[in-house]
Design a protein around this ligand. Structure first.
Ligand SMILES: [Zn+2]
Length: 530
């Protein structure tokens, strides 16, 4: 299949629908990619696009711009992947409605199975269908089963995508090394809207990062990261991997915060009360603490670099806080990629590249004096930043083509709650709400917020809240798998006890799975309520 053409058709259809739609709430809803009813129901699109001109392309939402440095083929592949994953979830409700309308005759189970296979490409549990003649089919249990099946199909799709990226991963690692980084450790906020960060927003292969872990508000644990740094450096000393200990390469730590340009005080980072300043300050503080911890404990030569990136979750455009010659970052010294996209739009490919490199040397300084730094970042850092900015320009265009420049679901439209380690392979925006926890007690605040969000998205409409409890284990460690299963069961029991009113009404279903540590390992279901 020619995915690029399919993408163009979808993008054209989306543009045509926008042009003919009346201005208002759903004026930017695309035709090309199905948006779930739950997404459309989220009351956060009261901000007409006209009030907020697109920061990168002035002809949006009606028409996309074409930048000389963007990659249309990659956009087509990613659109195909997004359509597959969101389509899997969005097909559930209409399919179950069809099944609910079937007569409960002797052929009910068989016909329901046929409908499911055709529309969803998986089977429904026989038991649930066979019991339907008593009081009708248990649609809540069927819904939960379908949501978990869609999740597994999506994870398999991403694993397949990862396996195809093996060479790109090596290329990217070599590129990091060429830039002088022997390890790149990234900590974004755990918000579901940043879940497409590596694959979509930064366009880097997931496994090219040495470490990646999301934390609420990007508030990563400094001690844990120092420990990761020690492991990395020990490996260089003992094995010379990926560079020998005497090579002058560095360890790069990146933190990623987020904001919402159309509703900055409501749809920003929940962990920082949607306050952009607080989000930036908090991330900068952790980065600086990390660097100082290593300098204090390991003295000279233990060089680390830090980098801060912001994402506008409405448009996916990034801001890069450019370090100065000393490696220091400032809240006020950054490059806004939406602006840079606009400034370089009419240039040739070469001119655009030159302009990007020039901007990195003299980034926009918001307040004179405040953001000025001591000299330019080192050459490797400049190359890395240029690469990130250029990659992100493709994503700005992607959101322009498929969504008129701004996602219609600027708020919550997640499909399931992910508890535990999360499905790191599923790299897509707004598919899951994350509650990283090993015991319910430690993550109870996150979990309560998730349940509240899903009460609005699902339970109010009589649909159950799918909770996917997932833990990774290390097959090299004896007993690790069994301990992970026991942990998943413990967390499930605690969740069922805390939200027993929802469970009693059939409005909360848990699915338990475990997975070996290496990225792309198979996901093993070890328990399902339905
Ligand atoms: Zn956040």
């Amino acid at each position: 299949m020619n995915t690029r053409n399919a993408y163009k058709i979808r993008a054209r259809k989306a543009a045509a629908s926008r042009a003919s739609a009346p201005t208002g709430r759903h004026a930017t809803a695309p035709v090309g990619l199905g948006i779930s009813p739950s997404a459309a129901a989220t009351p956060d699109t009261d901000t007409p696009a006209a009030l907020f001109p697109h920061p990168a392309c002035s002809t949006l939402p009606s028409q996309s711009c074409r930048h000389p440095l963007t990659d249309g083929n990659a956009n087509a592949r990613l659109a195909h992947c997004e359509e597959f994953v969101k389509g899997k979830f969005d097909a559930i409700e209409p399919t179950l409605k069809t099944i609910a309308g079937l007569p409960y005759t002797n052929e009910f189970a068989e016909r329901a199975q046929q409908v499911a296979r055709q529309a969803l490409e998986f089977d429904l549990p026989e038991q649930l269908l066979n019991d339907a003649w008593v009081v009708g089919p248990d649609m809540k249990a069927l819904y939960a089963h379908c949501a978990f099946a869609a999740l597994k199909a999506s994870a398999a799709k991403f694993v397949d995508d990862l396996n195809r990226q093996v060479e790109t991963v090596q290329d990217t690692r070599n590129f990091f090394l060429d830039c002088g980084f022997h390890a790149v450790d990234i900590s974004p906020c755990a918000d579901g809207r940043l879940k497409g960060l590596t694959r979509y927003i930064l366009r880097l292969p997931l496994s090219s990062f040495t470490r990646r872990k999301a934390y609420a508000g990007a508030l990563f644990d400094v001690e844990t990261d120092v420990h990761h740094w020690e492991e990395t450096e020990l490996r260089r000393f003992r094995e010379g991997v990926p560079t020998t200990a005497d090579a002058g390469t560095r360890y790069l730590k990146i933190a990623v915060y987020h904001t919402s340009s159309s509703a900055p005080s409501e749809q920003g980072c929940a962990a920082h009360g949607s306050n952009e300043n607080k989000a930036i300050q908090a991330a900068m503080e952790r980065l600086t603490q990390f660097r100082e911890a290593i300098e204090n404990a390991f003295c000279c030569g233990a060089s680390t670099d830090i980098l801060l990136i912001g994402v506008d979750t409405d448009t996916d455009a990034i801001k890069v806080h450019v370090p100065d010659g000393n490696g220091d970052i400032s809240q006020h010294r950054f490059i806004d990629n939406a602006e840079l996209y606009k400034e370089t739009l009419a240039l040739s490919e070469d001119q655009a590249r030159i302009k990007i490199y020039d901007t990195i040397i003299s980034p926009n300084v918001k307040s004179p004096g405040w953001g000025s730094g001591q000299g330019e970042p080192h050459e490797g850092m400049r190359r890395l930043i240029a690469n990130l900015l250029i990659n992100n320009m493709s994503q700005i265009e992607y959101v322009g083509d498929l969504y008129g420049g701004r996602y219609p679901d600027i708020g919550h439209a997640e499909r399931y709650i992910s508890v535990g380690d999360g499905f790191e392979e599923v790299q897509m925006r707004n598919v899951a709400y994350y509650a990283h926890l090993h015991t319910l007690e430690e993550g109870v605040a996150d979990m309560d917020v998730g349940i509240k969000i899903f009460t609005g998205l699902n339970a109010k409409r009589g649909l159950p809240i799918p909770v996917a409890i997932h833990y990774r284990y290390d097959a090299r460690v004896p007993g690790s798998r069994e301990r992970s299963i026991a942990k998943a069961e413990r967390v499930r029991d605690a969740i069922n006890a805390r939200y027993d009113d929802l469970v009693a009404k059939g409005l909360l279903h848990c699915h338990l799975s475990v997975q070996d540590r290496p990225t792309g390992s198979p996901i093993e279901t070890v328990g399902e309520d339905a």
